[in-house]
Write a protein that binds this ligand. Structure first.
Ligand SMILES: *Cc1c(COP(=O)(O)O)cnc(C)c1O
Length: 370
């Protein structure tokens, strides 16, 4: 699905040097690269605070911890996404409230958010899934009217832009009260292990987030609140610092692959290609088809026979995950979350794909006969 090795070989001199510098200095924890990477990322995103942490799931947990919610408070979350956001909601004794997604964009349906709000609802975690922004202008409006915090899980869409009706553009992850991201090796900006970050424009929240990620302390051995230990390793920060200047070029390479898929596979009655919206750019973390007539599994087996990897993100909606039974509430009916798990298929897409590979995948898919 991704080719990490080819990308490494292309960037080898920069990455090897960056890692060697860390090893030579032996500043493995909180070395200068952690701060310089964070400040470069905050410049790129045009946001005052980027607080690095151990991974994208920690980032979500720390973000929620900073909001001072009480056990039993409700947090709205899409039912069709990766488990992390819902997991940390439940872990903190909060109640996930499932809301359906839009069938064509895979992102949370903003009009169903309002209906899901109860007097206990305090926050909303939206997920910019597969590389495309949720409609943040509407979502912010609903959140403001209902006094809800907005957290953006931006693990899959770092670098995407939300486009407002007046033409103004904002990077995803910088629009809500808090944004989070992951630097897991397959993500749009990726390190060579685990890594994550919390993003905010709010100085007061930034201070709390920094404290929480560092055992609840501002001053060493003086613990003001209950926190955790979640750090970005210096080695990972060095890799990320070397790769950050290439983030737009990585996205452009994936957009070219998506364009080729769109042109070859669009207007085919057997599937729907990914929907592009007027309110977002698309950085194509995934290229996800919706296969019609229950043929998804047959197409996946056929691709496998022809040595083409493909993945089902995600095979089970969150409201059907055993872990959440009795701990969550349905905020809306969930037909799309339900149906998408049966229909979606993600094709290989990454910054290092060759014309031959793209051509082979396209020709093979076109010849699928079920
Ligand atoms: C990858 C991912 C995460 C979790 O990131 P980790 O670094 O693996 O903890 C959270 N949310 C979404 C949407 C993701 O894709």
């Amino acid at each position: 699905m991704v080719d990490l090795h080819r990308q490494y070989l292309r960037l080898k001199p920069e990455i090897d040097q960056a890692m060697q510098n860390v090893i030579d200095s032996c500043s493995f924890i909180n070395g200068p690269q952690v701060r310089s990477f964070s400040s470069h990322l905050s410049e790129y995103l045009d946001v005052p605070h980027v607080i690095p942490c151990g991974n994208g799931t920690d980032a979500l947990q720390i973000a929620l911890m900073s909001l001072n919610l009480m056990p039993g408070d409700e947090v709205i979350v899409p039912a069709f996404t990766y488990v992390a956001a819902a997991e940390v909601i439940a872990l903190l004794g909060l109640i996930p409230v499932w809301v359906d997604v839009e069938e064509d964009t895979f992102n949370i349906n903003p009009y169903q958010i309002e209906a899901a709000i109860s007097p206990k609802t305090k926050a909303l975690i939206v997920v910019h899934l597969f590389g495309q922004s949720c409609p943040m202008e509407i979502i912010r409006q609903i959140a403001e009217q209902n006094h809800l915090y907005v957290i953006e899980d931006n693990a899959q869409s770092l670098g995407a832009e939300c486009i407002y009706t007046d033409g103004q553009r904002r990077k995803t992850g910088t629009i809500g009260h808090i944004g989070t991201t992951s630097f897991f090796p397959s993500k749009p900006l990726a390190c060579y292990g685990d890594g994550g970050a919390v993003i905010t424009s709010d100085d007061r929240l930034a201070e709390r987030i920094r404290m929480i990620a560092n055992h609840g302390q501002i001053k060493k051995y003086h613990h003001k609140i209950i926190g955790c230990n979640s750090r970005l390793d210096t080695l990972q920060a060095a890799v990320l610092e070397a790769k950050l200047p290439h983030i737009n070029e990585f996205a452009e390479a994936r957009q070219r692959v998506a364009q080729a898929y769109d042109e070859a596979l669009g207007n085919d009655p057997r599937w729907e290609i990914p929907q592009r919206t007027t309110y977002s750019t698309h950085v194509f973390h995934q290229y996800t088809l919706r296969i019609k007539d229950g043929k998804r599994d047959a197409l996946q087996s056929y691709l496998k026979e022809h040595d083409i990897p493909s993945m089902v993100y995600y095979p089970l909606p969150l409201h059907r995950q055993e872990a959440f039974y009795g701990l969550a509430r349905n905020g809306s009916v969930l037909p799309h979350a339900e149906n998408l798990t049966q229909a979606v298929l993600s094709l290989p897409i990454h910054s290092e794909m060759t014309e031959e590979e793209i051509g082979y995948i396209i020709e093979t898919i076109k010849h699928f006969e079920s």
